[in-house]
Design a protein around this ligand. Structure first.
Ligand SMILES: NC(=O)c1ccc[n+]([C@@H]2O[C@H](COP(=O)([O-])OP(=O)(O)OC[C@H]3O[C@@H](n4cnc5c(N)ncnc54)[C@H](OP(=O)(O)O)[C@@H]3O)[C@@H](O)[C@H]2O)c1
Length: 351
């Protein structure tokens, strides 16, 4: 029996993980239009932890069902190879990039697109489309085999950075001159700072005291402050990647009416809290808007340009640490979950 493995986490306690083994589907087990992918290389950052923290709210647990009722598979972004296929255009050996399970293999039901395919599996039908699209590397103009590590780590995050910066520019920064960003050492946050570099606003990063030096060293923020320091009182927008209720309240108290907009993007502190004063930024919404405004090609061209500018610098900011297999994947998961990782290194796992 050829087996596949799947890492599941307890939905109520993300520290509890288990490696499940079952039989790998054979070619004869695939239905018409199904393809078996072997997962090859993925990244793991605080963003994946957030998928688990708000898994029920957004539906993240529903992408890759496995395990018991109280368990789920945390999605990751990365590359996979077609190993069995009933679709002529996706022959064995085809390499794809997209949303993948913490598992050695996954079966998808592709509907071909100009750049790859969409997984039309029933259980994914009503989940946000951006997560169901896969790029075939040979059809992706932005693909560079030498940049696979950067792609699995940053591409999903940088798309959010790009769209968030774009939305702010589109709205003339809501009348603000300063953008204050929490969890400034996170990749999505500093990607946003990079996109805002020449936008004519002052960018202030808030971070943990231990991460101030790293964040300053990026050279992307005009000012970097530890969480307990006070920002200048001036018309500002707040981009919240931390989800910290304390940081939010301190900013509202200090800035008052000068806080022109408060936007929630992330939850690195893993404590979801609803606050009427903040608006949730959901990247797929802005993606839909810009696809309508610019067309899919116009968006791809603009994003591609920004992505190339980002990757040209990103390799120097954060070093990549490689890991292999399910046990090391779990070790990385536990470290990222516990906030024990340092922002100057990032984890890539090959399966
Ligand atoms: N809405 C969207 O569409 C969208 C898209 C992409 C990402 N995001 C969100 O953006 C956030 C950042 O994701 P990322 O992958 O870029 O993160 P990352 O690079 O892995 O960020 C690491 C940083 O997060 C903070 N952190 C991590 N674990 C922590 C813990 N256990 N306790 C306290 N702080 C912790 C620390 O920053 P500080 O010391 O600077 O606080 C740390 O340096 C996530 O919440 C992610 O879900 C949202």
């Amino acid at each position: 029996m050829i087996s596949r493995w799947t890492v599941v986490a307890d939905r109520g306690d993300l520290t509890k993980t288990e490696v499940l083994h079952d039989e790998l589907p054979a070619a004869s087990d695939l239905s018409d239009c199904e393809v078996l992918l072997k997962v090859s290389r993925v990244g793991l950052t605080a963003n994946n932890v957030t998928y688990g923290v708000i898994g029920d709210l957004i539906g993240y647990w529903r992408f890759f069902p496995a395990g018991g009722d109280d368990q789920g598979v945390v999605p990751v972004w990365g590359f996979a190879d077609v190993v069995e296929s009933t679709v002529d255009a996706l022959a064995p050996g085809t390499r794809v990039y997209g949303y993948l399970p913490m598992a050695s293999h996954v079966v998808v039901r592709p509907k071909l697109t100009s750049s790859g395919f969409v997984d039309t599996a029933d259980h994914r039908a009503d989940l946000p489309a951006v997560y169901n699209s896969y790029l075939v590397t040979s059809q992706d103009p932005a693909y560079d085999a030498a940049l696979e590590d950067l792609q699995v780590l940053y591409r999903p995050l940088f798309l959010t950075s790009f769209l968030l910066a774009d939305q702010l520019t589109d709205n003339a920064f809501h009348g603000a001159r300063t953008v204050v960003i929490s969890s400034a050492s996170s990749k999505t946050a500093f990607g946003t700072a990079q996109c805002l570099k020449n936008a004519g606003v002052r960018v202030v990063g808030l971070t943990s005291p231990r991460n101030v030096a790293f964040t300053e060293g990026l050279g992307l923020y005009d000012t970097v402050l530890p969480y307990n320091a006070s920002v200048d009182v001036e018309p500002s927008v707040y981009l919240d990647f931390s989800g910290s209720a304390d940081v939010r309240s301190a900013l509202h108290d200090r800035l008052g009416d000068d806080l022109k907009k408060d936007i929630s993007i992330g939850l690195t502190h893993q404590a979801p809290s609803q606050d009427q004063r903040s608006e949730f930024f959901f990247a797929p919404d802005q993606l839909r808007k810009r696809t309508a405004d610019w067309g899919a090609d116009g968006l791809a061209q603009r994003f591609g340009e920004a992505w190339r500018g980002f990757t040209a610098q990103a390799g120097g900011w954060v070093s990549v640490v490689r890991h292999t297999g399910p046990e090391e994947l779990i070790d990385v998961w536990q470290a990222v979950l516990a906030g024990e990782t340092n922002p100057d290194s990032a984890d890539v796992i090959t399966f």
